[in-house]
Design a protein. Structure first.
Ligand SMILES: O=c1[nH]cnc2c1ncn2[C@@H]1O[C@H](COP(=O)(O)OP(=O)(O)O)[C@@H](O)[C@H]1O
Ligand SMILES: [Ca+2]
Length: 428
């Protein structure tokens, strides 16, 4: 595991996050962990762990973070991460919650191997679900979550209150922003130049940035702005999570199948798909049949018009972002890597117009790209439309495509772990 030696500098809680414990709780926890007069001396003795599950719409992932407290007066440092994932996500087990929880158990077994036994009881484990569970009925989502809670309670780890739940979409954006800006060193020291973040999941998408202009704050709807404190600064972030605008939900919307009572055998067509295609697709526990326009048009132009209906006028467009550059990950990264716009391991820097160029290339030569994924044309066209017509980015807006920084995944889970540890008094 590579050591990134990054001090945890996230010190305070969101007023809106339900993570705050009483002061007395915090002190107790801390005393238990580092009893007075028994100051840990070697690095091993002062290592601690945090386990955060991301129950995403397309997969479940475990992030096991290792931290080292070098000395009592210094802030803990992030030492590394163990990451593993399984597909499909919990929402695919909407009708078999026990089976869904088994996938979590398999991942949790990794943590049993990774965390030394004497620290199990002091290692917190938390699972936060995102858009996949948000889209399920309350009853089905709760059934899944309570099975997961049971798995946690049967494990040897520390199970805090609220250890299993559905995360608010705005927290998803803010926590990812904290992760990226922490990993890139923007949250410490002087001359902070924070970067905005774009996350494209399967079922929802988030945009988050720190507005620089008073004008942006004035023209932004109140529920797109969240304040929180870190060190002695207050950050007022612009963030929004658009449910139903993730890449896979957008496929359904483009096909006209999103939120539809799908009749058995019903076929959905699109000009974004290879003409002769006829196939089935399972998403969120529902089976969809889809195919190309056998007789009608196919290719980039008609596809863009179809996709445009999904995004046009549906998203707030802050003027300020047109000239800024953003970090983009998740499906932005995956689709850019799939089409060699960036290196799969290294990531890279792109402009919005690169996605459009690639979308044209793929959509106008659909049969050639068919083998990789029949949805490649639709996905790239959606990304292009989302960036340009949805958020209002310019053709030359720069995107930094990133999967990992210092060998740590760029995921909201790290930001969430900071808050978890904070709430347990393991950082200060
Ligand atoms: O920690 C991570 N590392 C790498 N990729 C991730 C991680 N978390 C999410 N992803 C990416 O997120 C995308 C899927 O989104 P997800 O399943 O989280 O949907 P949701 O956010 O709408 O619930 C995929 O591109 C997947 O590779
Ligand atoms: Ca996600």
């Amino acid at each position: 595991m590579a050591s990134s030696r990054l001090p945890i500098l996230i010190a305070l809680a969101f007023s809106s996050l339900p993570f705050v414990l009483s002061h007395s709780n915090r002190v107790m926890w801390f005393q238990d962990f580092f009893p007075p007069n028994v100051c840990p001396i070697n690095a091993k003795a002062n290592t601690f762990y945090g386990i955060m599950f991301d129950a995403g719409s397309t997969g479940t992932r475990i992030h096991i973070y290792t931290f080292v407290q070098k000395s009592p007066e210094n802030l803990p440092e992030l030492e590394g991460e163990i990451f593993e994932s399984v597909k499909p996500g919990l929402s695919a087990y909407a009708d078999q919650p026990e089976k869904g929880a088994e996938t979590v158990k398999k991942l949790l077994d990794m943590a049993i191997d990774a965390v030394p036994p004497h620290l199990w009881k002091k290692t917190p484990v938390v699972l936060k679900a995102t858009a996949g569970l948000r889209l399920l009925s309350e009853e089905k989502a709760q059934a899944l979550l309570s099975e997961v809670k049971e798995v946690f309670e049967e494990s040897p780890f520390l199970v805090p209150e609220d250890s299993v739940g559905i995360m608010d979409g705005s927290h998803e954006g803010i926590l990812a922003w904290i992760t990226v800006n922490f990993l890139t060193g923007q949250l410490s020291g002087q001359n902070q130049q924070t970067v905005g973040t774009l996350d494209l999941g399967g079922a929802s998408t988030q945009i988050t940035f720190l507005p620089r202009f008073e004008e942006t704050l004035k023209e932004t709807p109140g529920d797109f702005l969240t304040s929180f404190e870190m060190f002695n600064s207050t950050y007022k972030l612009y963030t929004h999570s658009y449910l139903g605008f993730g890449l896979k939900a957008a496929r359904l919307a483009t096909l006209g199948a999103l939120n539809m009572e799908v009749v058995d055998g019903q076929m959905f067509h699109s000009s974004c798909l290879p003409r002769q295609l006829e196939a089935e697709w399972h998403f969120g526990g529902v089976k969809y049949r889809y195919g190309g326009n056998k007789e009608g048009e196919t290719g980039f132009k008609p596809c863009y018009l179809e996709v445009l209906k999904v995004v046009k006028g549906k998203l707030h467009q802050p003027d300020e972002i047109r000239g800024s550059s953003f970090y983009a990950f998740s499906y932005y990264y995956d689709r850019a890597a799939d089409t060699n716009l960036i290196d799969y391991e290294q990531g890279g820097v792109l402009e919005v117009r690169d996605f459009e160029r690639k979308a044209k290339e793929v959509c106008d030569n659909m049969e050639r790209y068919n083998s990789a994924s029949p949805f490649l044309c639709m996905d790239l066209t959606y990304i292009t439309a989302l960036l340009k017509e949805g958020f209002g980015f310019r053709d030359n807006t720069v995107l930094q495509l990133t999967k990992k920084v210092n060998n740590i995944e760029t995921s909201w889970t790290l930001g969430a772990t900071f808050y978890l540890l904070q709430s347990l008094g393991m950082t200060y």
